[in-house]
Design a protein around this ligand. Structure first.
Ligand code: FES
Ligand code: FES
Length: 157
C-alpha cells in the first residue's frame, strides 16, 4: 500500500503492507532511530512520536493510519527552540538520562508542556509516566520539567 504522509515537515511516502507497525516503518524505511522499539506492546513509551500534534506510541499504530497525516519524531523536534528549553531544563536540574530513553523522554515532555505550560501535580504525573523508566528519581525529573517549562515561558513571553 502506498502511504503518503509528512515526516518532520517533509512530504514523503512509503510502500509497505498496511498492517506494518509505524515504529518499524519509521526506523527501517526512514532511519528514525531516536525512537526505540522496546516492549512493542504499548508499555514503555520509548517509541513515542507526535501524530498530528498528539503524543502516540508508534508500536501500536498500523502504518495505514498515518496516510496524509503529520508525524514529528525526535529528529525533527531536535531542530526546535522548544527542544533547547527541555535540554537546558534537564541539564540544570541534573536529569541524566540514558541514550535509550532520552529521545522519548525529551519529546514527550516537550509535547505535554504544550498542553500544560504550567503543569500541576496531576499533569506532572502524566508527563512523568508517558515514558516508563525509574532510573531517575521522580523529584529530579519533576524539577527538570518545571525548569524547562520556566525556560520556555521566559522565551515566549
Ligand atoms: S515500544 Fe512502543 S510502548 Fe514500548
Ligand atoms: S531507561 Fe534510560 S534512564 Fe532509565
Amino acid at each position: 500500500m502506498l502511504i503518503p504522509f509528512t515526516l518532520n515537515s517533509k512530504e514523503v511516502s512509503v510502500d509497505v503492507p498496511a498492517y506494518y507497525k509505524l515504529s518499524d516503518v519509521l526506523r527501517d524505511e526512514f532511519g528514525m532511530y531516536g525512537l526505540r522499539s522496546a516492549c512493542r506492546k504499548g508499555y514503555c513509551g520509548l517509541c513515542s512520536v507526535i501524530l498530528d500534534g498528539k503524543l502516540v506510541y508508534s508500536c501500536l499504530i498500523p502504518v495505514f493510519q498515518i496516510k496524509n497525516r503529520e508525524i514529528l519524531t525526535i529528529e525533527g523536534y531536535a531542530e526546535t527552540e522548544d527542544f533547547e528549553d527541555i535540554y537546558k531544563g534537564f541539564k540544570k536540574e541534573g536529569v541524566h538520562l540514558c541514550d535509550f530513553c532520552a529521545p522519548a523522554r525529551t519529546l514527550s515532555t516537550g509535547i505535554l508542556l504544550d498542553r500544560y505550560p504550567r503543569p500541576d501535580e496531576r499533569q506532572l504525573l502524566e508527563i512523568l509516566t508517558a515514558v516508563n523508566c525509574s532510573c531517575t528519581p521522580y523529584e529530579t525529573l519533576k524539577a527538570g520539567i518545571l525548569t524547562a517549562a520556566r525556560f520556555r515561558q521566559r522565551r515566549v513571553n
